[in-house]
Write a protein that binds this ligand. Structure first.
Ligand code: NAD
Length: 382
């Protein structure tokens, strides 16, 4: 056991030095891309696994239609990026096959289908790796139920917390296992800045800072303190502290949930609570997500590859709304608000009360049928 403990301590020291270097590097932030003045924008398209290729097909059809003019004049390119599949990742033993990552570096933004991560083993999640490699630190997940007064924007820190060293914990065989949670000063400041900037730009007056700082005193304590430090630059916005457990309860409490606007959280809490929030909106199949960094951004559904749907022969019934909402966010991000607005209006029309719905089962529309209806709505709005 002495040898195992010594090896674990050496591993810990190496991790600590690596994370220190990461934090130092983060301090040299580059300015965000100005898409409005960019002459050429490359949108990478990755199908992913399971229901990924099925829902991506509809997103690609919508993107081709919405961006017809921009593609025609060469300002926008839709570029297929193969290889982000579980088969290829297992074959090369890497979360991101090197040639796929290279192809992504050559894009400005990426629209990505969900990717499968095997339970256990050492293969890291492609998403976690992608967020790290492209430094996509802000995960924005909007949830809206207008008839219930719900309009939430979740800002989840996307590169730190339990995820950054998630595949590199320590084990003493037959005795114990330890994982690590990492919170850095520049990492907290930049996600807090992103959330408060979003609040200001969108006329929001409240930011809820959600942690478990009463228990995770170092990491969540730092997160909360730095969010308040950033909040001081936004005197017109009220910053409030909440604990994650009561926040989970609040989201299902109709008496209070309407008061929340921007919700700012560390990585793991954000991951979990946004699935709960999406369920309130109508299920994970209705929710999109933006992963934003200064140089790159990646847009995707909030759900996974739904292997059970594939096993049960229900893949064709997957809801593409999630990835289409992600496409809407992508269009806004690259400074094409008119195209984003057209897509939002068509989605609202196709999902309005009384319209045939995609339920994820045989009693609902197929993914392709929803795509046909959406395209017809988009053509109609031209
Ligand atoms: P999941 O989100 O893939 O699916 C859970 C259930 O939600 C499905 O069985 C289905 O009933 C429903 N669902 C999901 N998407 C739907 C859609 N578009 N339309 C209708 N119903 C839908 O969760 P899981 O089964 O826990 O994860 C499967 C795999 O996906 C795992 O390997 C996991 O690691 C991975 N994952 C990937 C991402 C990502 O790529 N961003 C996110 C979460 C999970």
């Amino acid at each position: 056991m002495e040898t195992a403990i010594k090896a674990a301590v050496a591993q810990y020291e190496a991790l600590l030095r690596e994370q220190y270097a990461r934090a130092e590097k983060m301090k040299q932030a580059s300015p965000a891309t100005d898409f409005a003045s960019k002459q050429k924008i490359v949108i990478g398209l990755c199908d992913g696994d399971g229901i990924g290729p099925i829902i991506m097909k509809e997103a690609k059809r919508a993107a081709a239609l919405l961006l017809r003019d921009e593609i025609g004049c060469g300002r926008v390119e839709l570029r297929e990026i193969p290889g982000l599949t579980i088969e290829r990742r297992l074959a090369c033993g890497q979360a991101l096959p090197p040639e796929t990552l290279e192809a992504m570096y050559a894009c400005d933004v990426i629209l990505k289908g969900p990717t499968t991560t095997p339970k256990g083993g050492s293969l890291e999640s492609a998403n976690v790796a992608l967020r790290r490699e492209l430094d996509l630190y802000a995960n924005l997940r909007p949830v809206s139920v207008p008839q219930e007064g719900i309009d939430w924007a979740f800002f989840r820190e996307n590169t730190e917390g339990e995820y950054v060293l998630g595949s590199r914990g320590i084990e003493l065989p037959e005795t114990l296992a330890m994982d690590f949670k990492v919170t850095t000063v520049p990492g907290c400041r930049r996600i807090a800045r992103a959330a408060f900037e979003y609040a200001r730009a969108n006329g929001k007056t409240r930011v809820a800072i959600v942690t478990k700082a009463n228990i995770m005193k170092k990491t969540d304590g730092l997160f909360s303190a730095l969010c308040h430090e950033v909040a001081a630059d936004y005197p017109d916005i009220t910053a409030e502290d909440w604990y994650i457990d009561i926040m989970c309860a609040n989201l299902v409490n109709p008496a209070v949930r309407g008061q929340f606007e921007v919700i700012l959280l560390p990585n793991l809490y954000g991951d979990i609570i946004t699935d709960e929030a999406a369920q309130i909106q109508g299920g994970v199949g209705t929710a999109g997500s933006a992963n934003i960094g200064d140089r790159y951004a990646m847009f995707e559904a909030i759900h996974g590859s739904a292997p059970r749907m594939i096993e049960q022969g229900l893949g064709a019934y997957a809801n593409p709304e999630s990835i289409l909402r992600a496409l809407e966010m992508l269009l806004r991000h690259i400074a094409l608000p008119a195209q984003a607005g057209r897509l939002a209006a068509a989605l609202s029309a196709c999902t309005a009360e009384g319209q045939p719905r995609v339920t994820g089962d045989r009693d609902g529309l197929t993914c392709a049928a929803f795509g046909d209806r959406l395209l017809a709505a988009l053509e109609g709005a031209t």
